[in-house]
Design a binder for this molecule. Structure first.
Ligand code: HEC
Ligand code: HEC
Length: 441
């Protein structure tokens, strides 16, 4: 039993932690101390939200799409074949080894877990070990499914096996086939109603996304394909290295990181909350959003807004992974750096150390020599100067290529493009040196 004094101490500790921002006193040391405590609390809470908060999105992914039924399969009370761990890994989903209970991990090690059986997926979901996906259970029956930021913006280090390892938050999941996952849902009527196109068209649109890509504006403008017939989806970007960066996403001009977090939580993940953006009332530019009033979302329950401060803070704290030794030639990189900052003119847009412009970091499609389809979907009609981050890593972070749609498969292709477009006249030697520098960033 707790003694009264302990109870009072606990109660006041609770009270003070609940009141941290409001009780920050305006007196010297205390104010600084409270700021430091708040920072570490934001880091912890933001990580929880990023990894585990569904914002109530299970009412959409489970409740409407009935995706949980397709995952469980007929044998486990759902429909169809079900999704085995093997299939889930093929779809690009990742497994958090640290969440797997010891007995399951041991059984895995002994090869006793049948990775071809959807029932094993349910075991992993119950342990909360599938990165970015939360299963809701009634007894042993999977009754719903919700998603998190981590689904698209985390991967694992493959420490145990490909797709199974420790979490790497902020690393884009470039294996994840969101479109194939959505297409597997038994009920696509939510998309049919929103987009007002036949179900077969919804399926065709999402199946065209492919691995590592998602279309975060389809719900606004209904444009599933570009004029060249390719998917309108873009690559999942990294969510690390964003501190000090102004415009976000590939096209920017939406707002800051926290704008985008609210946007995604409400309109992409279909969590419960409040979202306001009167620009979406423009029926010509955003016909779907205007008709469905997405710029005026007012759910009765708000599970998102209170989480925005910590979520914002957490993402800005995520560091850019540095190149491991031996991934670039240091002497060549030194020469490449001089080129980057002078003859190749890269620095006019990619300003170190944030490698985007301090200020309004947007450019027209013509300035960078590409088509304007994706740019025109954003409020300002421009592309963000991508903050150059971890360009050395093409296994995970930049898997799928460079630029918003991965149109340049290699850094070699990127440099060739700039050489042509900007008329740089770089020699082969110079191009090579510049690439070594890019790999060192
Ligand atoms: C289904 C996949 C998916 C989910 C889930 C998702 N995102 Fe994203 N995220 C994307 C894609 C794709 C983009 C690029 C959008 C664009 O440019 O149009 C993006 C862009 C971003 C950016 C901008 C990055 C930059 O380089 O400027 C941030 C920040 C971000 N997301 C954070 C989040 C947070 C926080 C959550 C959870 C609340 C989340 N995302 C959920 C796919 C996803
Ligand atoms: C006029 C401004 C501008 C200049 C000059 C410029 N860039 Fe860029 N850079 C951009 C923009 C805008 C993008 C985003 C394009 C997209 O997403 O489609 C980009 C994207 C990139 C990317 C892809 C990053 C990623 O994560 O996919 C690389 C690499 C890059 N630039 C390198 C360079 C190099 C090297 C130079 C010099 C030769 C250079 N840039 C010059 C504006 C510029």
């Amino acid at each position: 039993m707790l003694r009264p004094a302990t109870v009072i101490a606990c109660f006041s500790a609770l009270l003070s932690s609940a009141l941290i921002p409001a009780s920050a006193q305006v007196d010297g040391n205390k104010y600084d101390k409270v700021a430091a405590e708040l920072a570490s609390r934001y880091l912890k809470e933001g990580r929880e939200t990023f990894r585990f908060d569904t914002f109530g999105s299970e009412d959409f992914w489970g409740g409407k799409l009935k995706l949980h039924q397709a995952i469980a399969g007929k044998a486990n009370g759902g429909v169809g074949e079900g999704v085995s761990p093997k299939k889930a890994l093929e779809l690009g989903l990742k497994v958090d080894i640290d969440a797997i209970p010891a007995d399951v991990a041991e059984a895995l090690g002994r090869g006793e877990v049948d990775l071809a059986d959807p029932a094993s997926t349910l075991v992993l979901l119950k342990a909360n070990a599938v990165v970015g996906v939360t299963g809701f259970f009634e007894g042993d029956r999977l009754s719903s499914i919700g998603i998190q930021c981590a689904m698209c913006h985390s991967t694992v280090d493959d420490a145990y096996a490909p797709g199974i390892g420790h979490r790497l938050d902020g690393w884009p999941n470039r294996d994840l086939n969101v479109g194939a996952i959505v297409a597997a849902a038994p009920d696509l009527s939510a998309f049919v109603d929103m987009l007002q196109i036949p179900e077969a068209e919804v399926r065709r649109a999402v199946e065209a996304w492919g691995p590592g890509k998602f279309d975060a504006e389809l719900n606004l403008d209904g444009k599933a394909f570009r004029p060249d017939g390719k998917t309108a989806a873009t690559l999942n970007p990294a969510a690390f290295g964003l501190a000090g960066v102004n415009n976000h996403t590939w096209t920017g001009s939406w707002g800051t990181v926290t704008y985008w977090n609210a946007y995604v939580g409400n309109l992409e993940m279909h969590g419960k909350g409040v979202f306001y953006d009167p620009r979406f009332d423009d029926a010509e530019k955003y016909p779907v959003a205007a008709r469905t009033r997405q710029g005026h979302k007012q759910d009765k329950e708000d599970r998102i807004t209170a989480k925005l401060p910590a979520l914002h803070f957490y993402q800005l704290s995520l560091p850019t992974p540095q190149p491991p030794e031996g991934t670039f030639d240091a002497a060549a990189a030194e020469k490449g750096k001089a080129l980057f900052n002078d003859k190749a003119r890269c620095v006019t847009c990619h300003v170190p150390p944030i490698f985007t412009e301090p200020g309004w970091n947007l450019h027209t499609a013509e300035e960078i020599g590409i088509d304007d389809f994706q740019a025109k979907r954003a409020p300002d009609g421009r592309y963000v100067t991508t903050p150059l981050r971890a360009l050395w890593n093409t296994e995970k972070i930049h898997k799928g290529g460079f630029y918003h749609d991965g149109r340049f498969a290699t850094l070699d292709d990127v440099v060739k493009h700039y050489d042509d477009h900007l008329g740089l006249n770089l020699t082969e030697q110079e191009k090579g040196d510049l690439i070594e520098y890019l790999k060192s960033i």
